[in-house]
Design a protein around this ligand. Structure first.
Ligand SMILES: Nc1ncnc2c1ncn2[C@@H]1O[C@H](COP(=O)(O)OP(=O)(O)OP(=O)(O)O)[C@@H](O)[C@H]1O
Ligand SMILES: [Mg+2]
Length: 237
């Protein structure tokens, strides 16, 4: 079963002269094991695409299915449950909760889902170790560097073995070495059966993906077949 199906999805904002087609007629299928990168200029609809895939926003038209479940047919609580159980999300602006430690941030979605604190803590420590920052478990976001916060945000998306990982520029604040490490982690998750949709500006990182979807003005301009695209993409892998 596909992990994600987006069928002719569109998202408009505003109306009249202020109407913006943030995403138009967008279709995509992500199967288990697939890693797809999304590239495109600022304002082309990349974050819009991810919020729709993750059930954080509702399409103006079209359907979004996660593991066979039509998000549009679920009540709010059902969508929230899908997000907690099935979907890991790395936000472009991280969204760590300042009053919680790194481990508590990572634990939170799991605890909301009824996982016991001790188990959630174990998963959190494991996820923090997976992204290379086990020592940050009890530190608060304001006492971390941007790159450290970013790794914690990634750990939060990975804890609990979620099948759909959505990452909006997960390497934005990371040096190139750490960025590659994050790519290796996401690639490993996909090789273990998850599906990952990642926004990136770096072709070096897109080269880790099986396919690259290019957006321009809310439209997919090129997204068929296995395509590293420019030669640089092939060399970087
Ligand atoms: N809540 C909103 N209300 C009105 N317009 C919006 C809203 N969210 C996004 N847009 C518009 O939709 C378009 C796509 O925005 P989006 O954030 O998806 O772009 P992006 O590709 O992620 O850009 P960036 O690379 O800068 O993060 C832009 O024109 C943006 O101004
Ligand atoms: Mg964006």
């Amino acid at each position: 079963m596909s992990v994600l199906i987006m069928d002719r999805v569109a998202r408009d904002h505003g109306s009249g002269a202020g109407l913006v087609h943030a995403l138009r007629d967008f279709s995509l299928r992500l199967d288990p094991g697939e890693f797809v990168a999304v590239m495109g200029p600022s304002g082309s609809g990349k974050s819009t695409l991810l919020t729709l895939a993750g059930g954080l926003d509702t399409p103006t038209s079209g359907q979004v299915l996660v593991e066979g479940v039509d998000l549009g047919a679920l009540p709010r609580a059902g969508v929230a449950r899908m997000r907690r159980q099935r979907i890991g999300y790395v936000f472009q602006d991280l969204n760590l909760i300042p009053s919680l430690t790194a481990a508590e941030n990572v634990m939170l979605p799991r605890e909301l889902d009824g996982v016991r604190a001790r188990q959630a803590r174990r998963e959190a420590v494991h996820a923090l170790a997976e992204v290379g920052v086990p020592e940050l478990a009890d530190r608060f976001p304001e006492d971390m560097s941007g790159g450290q916060q970013q790794r914690v945000a990634i750990a939060r998306a990975l804890a609990g073995d979620r099948r759909l990982v959505l990452a909006d520029e997960p390497t934005g604040a990371l040096d190139s070495h750490t960025g590659e490490e994050v790519m290796r982690i996401l690639r490993g998750r996909c090789d273990a059966g998850a599906a990952c949709l990642m926004v990136t500006h770096e072709s070096r990182h897109a080269a880790w993906a099986d396919r690259v979807v290019f957006l321009r003005d809310g439209r997919m301009v090129d997204g068929t077949g296995p395509r590293p695209g420019p030669e640089t993409l092939l060399e970087a892998r």
